[in-house]
Write a protein that binds this ligand. Structure first.
Ligand code: PA5
Length: 419
């Protein structure tokens, strides 16, 4: 189970201050635990059974099985919340037992799109167009070029059999599916893209890639049970939400999610989107950035240690070894003999601990303890951060479920293209 520890040599936020902030936010927690009428169209994710209960999992597993039996590859067409959750787990955990997952619908670059099309050559594949609002240009245009590619490779009936769409009931995407004989599966009407990990949106691509989606949902459900039971004085998500808002008020306006496990590379993107799109509103919000250590220590590490004091760090601290690799002596004078017979797991931990010691003299470091890097913990992380983001947005005083800024850019783009 996840846990939080704070390392801050200057004690910027005292336990008493944090305790008071959590107490002050008790009504926000109580409302979130009960579900709020004003957000009824966005809170279908709060109860995991609604879109990730056994009935749905059986359906998803059956469809994933059908895809795996007929395909080498599966094209996930989706942008933002429509691809980030699935991708973060697949890139971290897929072991080759399922289909190769290829991503489309998240770019308009012809170079990237041609590369994606080339990567499908010689492979049998299915496609899944995931779009809540089937007006978004990136997935809509990728869906077109993939339909064209499929029409060249398969008969119309076979291409239709290989086409899945994840859309909302009553949408133009559903109509298209009915007209063309594509498989239509639901994008929850009451869940926004970035909160949709526990639904067809996130779970179908994961299942196709061979991820244990039941373990993931169980992890999410355990976290949900905990966050709905814990009161304001001990609630883990409230603790994190209150802390980050206190840091923000003290001038720390950026949060860096950092980890020494590159397996989190795509999870970082999911997290950045969740907090960036949910909180950056009304001239407010903590700017989310992510760092993959050790790499970033040799880049923004300098800024973190010596630059303007803008940032606090949240570390994903994986406790159980992800792997082992011993570095052996080879008798050459390379001056690295102090590493002889050490395990990279321990070397990486030493680098992590050294970084926290160095950084916590300059900025607050929040350590989010993640027991192990597996499907169950990804489930816990998804639910934890979604719930924490909701609480944090409420403390900040913004609506964590809309994205008016994104809609604005879409409007200008449609105008430029003559829609
Ligand atoms: O989280 C969100 O709501 C957004 O990031 C959407 O997921 C993203 O804009 C894609 O939207 P759509 O699926 O409607 O094309």
């Amino acid at each position: 189970m996840l846990n939080i520890q704070v390392k801050d040599q200057r004690n910027l936020v005292t336990e008493a201050e944090l305790f008071q902030a959590m107490k002050d936010a008790a009504p926000i927690l109580a409302r979130a635990q009960a579900g709020e009428a004003k957000y009824a169209d966005s809170q279908g994710w709060l109860d995991l059974d609604k879109w990730a209960g056994d009935r749905w999992l059986k359906e998803i597993e059956a469809l994933a099985d059908r895809v795996r039996k007929t395909s080498d590859a599966f094209v996930l067409i989706g942008v933002g919340g429509s691809n980030n959750a699935a991708r973060s787990v697949i890139e971290a955990l897929a072991d080759g037992s399922g289909c190769e997952i290829i991503y489309a619908g998240n770019t308009l670059s012809p170079h990237a799109l041609n590369k994606m099309l080339r990567s499908l050559e010689g492979k049998d594949y299915c496609i899944d167009c995931i779009a809540k609002n089937f007006e978004t240009l990136e997935p809509g245009s990728s869906f077109r070029i993939l339909r064209e590619a499929m029409a060249k490779k398969y008969s119309p009936e076979e291409a239709a059999r290989r086409t899945i769409c994840t859309g909302t009931y009553g949408s133009s995407l559903e109509e298209l599916c009915r007209a063309e004989g594509y498989t239509f599966v639901p994008f929850p009407t009451d869940v926004g893209g970035r909160y949709s990990a526990f639904s067809y949106v996130g779970l179908l691509p994961m299942a196709v890639a061979g991820i244990d989606i039941r373990a993931l949902v169980r992890g999410g459900a355990e976290m949900a049970a905990r966050l709905h039971a814990e009161g304001a004085e001990s609630n883990l998500a409230l603790r994190y939400a209150a802390l980050r808002n206190l840091y923000n008020r003290k001038g720390y306006t950026l949060e860096m999610l950092a980890s020494f496990e590159p397996q989190f590379r795509w999870f970082n993107k999911w997290w950045v989107q969740l907090f960036g799109e949910s909180e950056g509103k009304d001239g407010k919000g903590i700017f989310p950035v992510a760092g993959e250590y050790s790499e970033e220590l040799h880049a923004v590490g300098q800024y973190l240690q010596d630059g303007a004091p803008l940032m606090f760090e949240t570390f994903l601290d994986v406790e159980e070894p992800t792997d082992h690799l011993i570095i052996h002596a080879d008798g050459k004078r390379d001056f690295f003999d102090y590493l002889n017979e050490k395990d990279f797991w321990d070397i990486n931990r030493a680098a992590f601990e050294a970084t926290v010691t160095a950084h916590s003299g300059k900025m607050p470091c929040v350590l989010l303890k993640v027991g192990a890097l597996d499907a169950s913990h990804f489930g816990q992380l998804f639910y934890f951060f979604q719930f924490a983001c909701y609480l944090s947005g409420e403390i900040l005083g913004i609506n964590p479920f809309d994205q008016p800024g994104v809609e604005a850019y879409k409007g200008w783009m449609f105008k430029a293209l003559g829609k």
